[in-house]
Design a protein around this ligand. Structure first.
Ligand SMILES: *Cc1c(COP(=O)(O)O)cnc(C)c1O
Length: 338
C-alpha cells in the first residue's frame, strides 16, 4: 500500500505499534468515579512536566479550552482573545453558547502576540453597562510562532494589575518548548491555566489535558462532567498520552527541521510566495498563484500528498512525515508549477 503524505495537520498522526501496545495493556477503571489509575498517572505526569498543582484529562483541546472559560468566567463575564485565536475562531463559540461568556477579540500582532496596551484598553470599567472582563487568553505556539518569554511575563504583570486571570491555549506548548530550549514548565509558569493537546504533534489518537491549581482543576472537573467529557475506562486513551509525553516531545525538533527543509525547497520554486524566515516550528505557510491552487492540490493528491488548499496553504509536519516525504513534496510541487 502506498503511504499517504498528509500535511493538512499534525492531528492526522496515527498511533504506532508501541503506543498501541501500551494502550492495549493499560490498567483501567471508571474515571468518573476517580478509579482509573492510568488517567491519574497521566494527570500526574502532565502536572509534573508543566509544574502545576493538578491536571485534568479531557477528550479534546476544544473542550479543555471551554472548561477553562467556564471555570474562570461566569454568565455575563468577558474574555479577551486573539481575533484569529483557536479559542475564539475555531471552537464554535462554545463560551458564548454554553457559558453566556462574551468574547472580546483583538487583532493579533505579526508575531502572534496581543498588544498589551490594546488589551488594557479593552478591559471594561467596573460599570453595569459593561460585561465584566475576567480573563486574557493567549496561544503558544500561534500559527507556528513561539511567543517571546519576556512577553508572557509582561502579560502576567499586566493582568495582575487589573485582577484578570491568564489562560494559555498551549495546544502546541511542547513545540514552543523544544524550539526555544526552555522547559515547558517555564513557559507555563505565568499562566493560571493551560490547555495542552496530546493529539497533535505528540501523536496520541485522542486527548488533551488542562492544568492549573487544585481549586481550578476541581471546578474544571465539575464542568467536564457537565459538558459530557467524563469518560469511563479512559485509561486506554490516557496510556497513549503518557507514551506521547515520554517519547514524542524531544523528537518535535525533527518536525521543525522538516518544516524548514520544506520551506527552503518550496521557496526555490517559481511561483511560490513563502517567507522562510517566518518558519519557527512545524508549520509552513505558502501562497500559490490563485488560478493554480485547485490544480496543485489535485496533482499532489494523485501522488499521495494531501494538503488543504487555502490562501495561504498551511503545510504541517509531524511524526508520520519523514525527510523523504518532504523531498517528495518539494519535487511534486516543482513538477506541477514549473
Ligand atoms: C487543535 C487546537 C486546539 C484544540 O483542538 P481539538 O481538535 O479540539 O483537540 C486548540 N487550540 C489550538 C491552537 C489548536 O491548534
Amino acid at each position: 500500500m502506498r503511504k499517504i503524505i498528509d500535511l493538512r495537520s499534525d492531528t492526522v498522526t496515527r498511533p504506532g505499534k508501541a503506543m498501541r501496545r501500551v494502550m492495549a495493556e493499560a490498567e483501567v477503571g471508571d474515571d468518573v468515579f476517580g478509579d482509573d489509575p492510568t488517567v491519574q498517572q497521566l494527570e500526574m505526569l502532565a502536572a509534573e512536566m508543566l509544574n502545576k498543582e493538578a491536571a485534568l484529562f479531557a477528550p479534546s483541546g476544544t473542550q479543555t479550552n471551554l472548561l477553562a472559560l467556564l471555570t474562570h468566567c461566569g454568565r455575563g463575564d468577558e474574555y479577551i482573545v486573539g481575533q484569529d485565536a483557536h479559542t475564539y475562531l475555531y471552537e464554535g463559540g462554545g463560551g458564548a453558547a454554553l457559558g453566556g461568556i462574551q468574547p472580546q477579540p483583538l487583532e493579533l500582532e505579526a508575531d502572534g502576540t496581543l498588544d498589551l496596551g490594546k488589551v488594557e484598553k479593552a478591559i471594561k470599567p467596573d460599570d453595569y453597562h459593561y460585561a465584566r472582563t475576567r480573563l486574557l487568553c493567549l496561544e503558544n505556539t500561534s500559527y507556528g510562532r513561539v511567543l517571546p518569554h519576556a512577553y508572557l511575563e509582561e502579560a502576567r504583570a499586566r493582568v495582575d494589575r487589573h485582577g484578570l486571570r491568564l489562560h494559555l491555549d498551549g495546544a502546541r506548548i511542547f513545540n514552543a518548548a523544544v524550539k526555544s530550549g526552555r522547559p515547558a514548565s517555564e513557559i507555563a509558569a505565568p499562566f493560571d491555566s493551560i490547555s495542552v493537546c496530546l493529539s497533535k504533534g505528540l501523536g496520541a489518537p485522542v486527548g488533551s489535558v488542562l492544568l492549573g491549581d487544585s481549586d481550578f482543576v476541581r471546578e474544571a472537573r465539575r464542568w467536564r462532567k457537565v459538558v459530557g467529557g467524563g469518560m469511563r475506562q479512559s485509561g486506554i486513551l490516557a496510556a497513549a498520552g503518557i507514551y506521547a509525553l515520554e517519547n514524542h516531545v524531544d523528537r518535535l525538533a525533527e518536525d521543525h527541521a522538516h518544516a524548514l527543509r520544506l520551506a527552503h525547497g518550496l521557496a526555490a520554486v517559481d511561483g511560490v510566495d513563502l517567507d522562510v524566515d517566518a518558519v519557527r516550528t512545524n508549520m509552513v505557510f505558502a501562497e500559490f498563484p490563485a488560478d493554480r491552487l485547485a490544480g496543485l492540490a489535485a496533482h499532489l493528491e494523485t501522488g499521495g500528498i494531501l494538503i488543504e488548499p487555502g490562501k495561504p496553504v498551511r503545510f504541517v509536519t509531524h511524526l508520520d512525515v519523514d525527510i523523504n516525504a518532504i523531498d517528495k513534496v518539494i519535487d511534486a510541487v516543482k513538477e506541477f508549477l514549473e
